[in-house]
Structure formats: structure tokens, C-alpha cells
Design a protein. Structure first.
Length: 224
């Protein structure tokens, strides 16, 4: 895929992502005055725009890999389907929460949560910078090597660590305690994904077994 096609496709996905996010958040809220949603959208999509510009200029092949959504591993297909349904349900709750006033989260806590979400996003960005094979799907590509530097020298799955951080604080950023249940429920599926991903990496990626011996922890240094 040439650069022009990648640019068109990636920004089409980006714009569609913004539209869907707005629909999922503002329709249940019944109001465009749902300021928590505006703050979250800005926190997430503004940095994402500049990240896309950076990779389009420096590594468009990376973005092409990130546009692959179809999992090849059967276990991963099941995990992704269930996790996606839980995620969508969790994303709908905050809007209704805002409309009916179920939660009363202090403003400073909402803002702090957005800051932590941004920090989680920075972790993921650091992973992208370090590992140009960081794909959405579990697959080992030709020429792929084990990455042992940067965040990978600390934990084996830093991208998931950043994602979990974002999931935990996302409902608070959107002003909903009730949505916490859904987003926390995604974490066991991420753990299942990690176990299956490591099976694939051990099977198909040369040197990964030695890397596992060197870097003991998957997500949290000193714990797991």
C-alpha cells in the first residue's frame, strides 16, 4: 500500500473513530454539554492526530500494520469479540450516568483521570516508537525480532500495561463510577490475550524464550 492510500485510510479510520465516539457518548447523555466527554475526546484524539502525522512521515509501514484487525488465532478471535462487547457497553454507560446523575465525581478527579489516561497513552506511544512490529493482531511477521530495549526491558507487555491504565481511569474521566465495572471486566480478557500471545511468540519468534528468562514480569515490575 503506497503512502497516499495509507494516509487516506488511516485518516478515514481516525475521523470515523471520532464520530462513533461522539455518538456513543453524547446520544446517551442527551446533551452536548457533557463536558467530561469533550475533555476525554480532546485528551485522546488530539495527541493521536500528531502521532499519526509523525508515523506517516517516519514509518508508514507501522501504520499499515496497525490497520490489520483480523485475528488469525482462534483464541484471540473469541477474546476480542467478548472484550469488544464489554467495552462498548462500558462506553455507553457514562452518557446515561451524566443524563440521570447517577454519579457525582469531583471535577479534580475527572481532570486527574484524564492526565493519567494521557500518561497511559504516552506509554503506548513509547512502545510504538520502540517496536515497529507492534500490531493490533497477534502475529509474528517475517523479519521480526525480539525487542529488549526501552519499556520492553522493564516488562514484557508494556503496551497492555498502558492500555489497562487507561481502561481503569477512563470511566472516572467520563464522570461515571458505574462504568468502572465494565472496564475493569476487560482486564481478565487482556490477561488471557497475553497468555495466548506468549504461546504464539514462543512458537514463532526466535529468541523469545530467552527474553522471557531475562525479563520476568509481564505487566507490573516486581508483581506480575
Amino acid at each position: 500500500m503506497n503512502r497516499k492510500k495509507i494516509t487516506i485510510k488511516i485518516f478515514s479510520i481516525f475521523i470515523i473513530g471520532i464520530i462513533i465516539s461522539c455518538l456513543i457518548l453524547f446520544l446517551p447523555a442527551g446533551s452536548i454539554m457533557y463536558w467530561h466527554a469533550w475533555l476525554f475526546i480532546g485528551t485522546f484524539f488530539i495527541p493521536a492526530f500528531f502521532v499519526l502525522i509523525y508515523f506517516l512521515k517516519h514509518d508508514p509501514k507501522f501504520l499499515e500494520r496497525r490497520m490489520k484487525f483480523k485475528e488469525k488465532e482462534i483464541k484471540q478471535k473469541t477474546i476480542i469479540k467478548i472484550a469488544t462487547l464489554i467495552f462498548l457497553a462500558g462506553f455507553l454507560i457514562p452518557g446515561f450516568d451524566y443524563r440521570y446523575g447517577w454519579s457525582n465525581i469531583p471535577t479534580f478527579l475527572v481532570i486527574l483521570s484524564d492526565i493519567i489516561i494521557f500518561f497511559g497513552y504516552l506509554i503506548i506511544l513509547f512502545v510504538f516508537k520502540e517496536n515497529r512490529y507492534a500490531s493490533r493482531i497477534v502475529v509474528v511477521e517475517k523479519g521480526q525480532k525480539v525487542i529488549t530495549t526501552g519499556p520492553y526491558s522493564v516488562v514484557r507487555h508494556p503496551m497492555y500495561a498502558g492500555a489497562i491504565l487507561m481502561y481503569i481511569f477512563l470511566p472516572i474521566a467520563l464522570g461515571s463510577y458505574w462504568a468502572l465495572f465494565f472496564f475493569i471486566s476487560i482486564i481478565p480478557f487482556i490477561i488471557l490475550r497475553i497468555f495466548n500471545e506468549e504461546e504464539v511468540l514462543l512458537r514463532d519468534l526466535k529468541g523469545y524464550r530467552e527474553y522471557m528468562k531475562k525479563v520476568k514480569y509481564r505487566l507490573i515490575p516486581g508483581i506480575w
